[in-house]
Design a protein around this ligand. Structure first.
Ligand SMILES: [Zn+2]
Length: 163
């Protein structure tokens, strides 16, 4: 029995509102968000601090955070920007001992609500928030597909091949 709450989330033993996952990482809503849409990206394999994290996996985590930051701009949350923050170690105020990258949506003029969010850390409706972020990811996927087909018209020739 793992007592790391993030390992329990990746194992499906603890609840979380996931917005994205692949073989090596998952992204889910922070249960104490600073702002609506505040998401955490974590490696599935336990790593307490950057000291324990494979560098390629670290790059992959940042790539996912980058993509989420773009997705929330395109989502109905309509973010104008994002803070991507990784607190490494207790000296840096890392509160959960499993590496996590914060992606915190920002809007122009949100200084006061952001400051209040830092104090209150109050959850917003997770179901609709996750749906909004997934909508942003889908919008981003569509953009990628259309830019791929422009650059490489025959690039999707295998699309009809049965799985
Ligand atoms: Zn863990």
């Amino acid at each position: 029995m793992n007592d790391c709450v993030f390992c329990r989330i990746t194992a499906g033993e603890a609840p979380a509102t996931k917005v994205y996952e692949d073989d090596t990482l998952c992204a889910f809503l922070d249960i104490r968000p600073i702002a609506r849409g505040h998401t955490l990206v974590i490696p599935k394999r336990h790593a307490t601090e950057l000291e324990d994290l494979d560098a390629d996996l670290g790059a992959h985590i940042f790539r996912a955070g980058h993509r989420l930051a773009l997705a929330i701009r395109r989502s109905s949350l309509a973010a104008d920007g994002a803070n991507l923050v990784l607190n490494d170690g207790t000296a840096a105020f890392q509160t959960v001992p499993h590496v996590h990258l914060h992606v915190i949506p920002r809007k122009h003029g949100d200084k006061l609500s952001f400051a209040a969010g830092l104090l209150l850390r109050r959850p917003h409706d997770p179901t609709s928030t996750a749906a909004a972020i997934k909508g942003g990811i889908a919008a981003l996927d569509n953009e990628d597909q259309s830019s791929t087909s422009e650059a490489e018209p025959s690039g999707r020739a295998e699309e009809g091949t049965p799985g």
